[in-house]
Design a protein around this ligand. Structure first.
Ligand SMILES: [Zn+2]
Length: 206
């Protein structure tokens, strides 16, 4: 059974703690009811079994320390008024924890169990991530907000410059003015796409 470094850290934290009876990890399969690979496929998720008190205690602890452990999703809903993330299936008997950025949908989900874990580790720890997604790792965690700021500033600046040119050209009522408006629109759309892409992977399912 392989686990990503992030999953292994939390596995080690919970292993053997009072009330924790069993921790399951890698399992190559889709998310129940979907054809999307589960983070379990990459060893990037753990399922923790134990008493309700113990699972609630640890779910709360992990929820309070999401950034410290790079946690993306916590599923646990024991039906006593405290649930964590909204997941595709209701997790009443075990606590599911997975880590960000999600590997499912971002890197190939085929290969041996060890290859899947290794690829996910590289994806989360590398500074150059495939598909232009947010890089993971400690460095990525620090750099990404700065990169986002620069991206946003660049989009706004480019949009503003094109906007000024467009206004001048529109005053002159030229076809170039209309084209410039199109460029402003696509710059704005590009920005929205970037935000949507960044948002993707923050929330997932099991
Ligand atoms: Zn799970």
């Amino acid at each position: 059974m392989g686990l990503t470094a992030r999953a292994q850290t939390v596995h080690n934290l919970l292993q053997g703690k009072p009330g924790i009876t069993r921790i399951e990890g890698q399992s190559i399969r889709p998310i129940a009811g979907t054809n999307k690979p589960s983070e379990h496929s990459f060893g990037n998720a753990i399922d923790v079994y134990g008493t309700t008190d113990a699972l609630l205690f640890w779910a709360n602890h992990l929820n309070d320390n999401r950034s410290k452990y790079n946690i993306s999703v916590i599923c646990y809903d024991p039906g006593i008024g405290r649930k964590f993330d909204t997941c595709t299936t209701k997790h009443t008997d075990h606590l599911h924890v997975d880590f960000g950025p999600h590997c499912g949908g971002n890197i190939p989900a085929s290969g041996s169990a060890d290859e899947l874990v290794s690829r996910c580790n590289t994806y989360q720890g590398g500074t150059v991530a495939p598909g232009g997604e947010a890089p993971g790792g400690i460095l990525g965690g620090i750099l990404q907000p700065i990169t986002d700021l620069f991206n946003r500033a660049a989009i706004i600046t480019v949009g503003a410059v094109i906007g000024v040119v467009a206004v001048v050209l529109i005053v002159k009522d030229t076809a170039a003015g209309k084209a410039a408006i199109g460029a402003v629109t696509s710059a704005a759309t590009g920005g929205a796409g970037k935000v949507a892409k960044a948002a993707k992977g923050l929330k997932g399912t099991t």
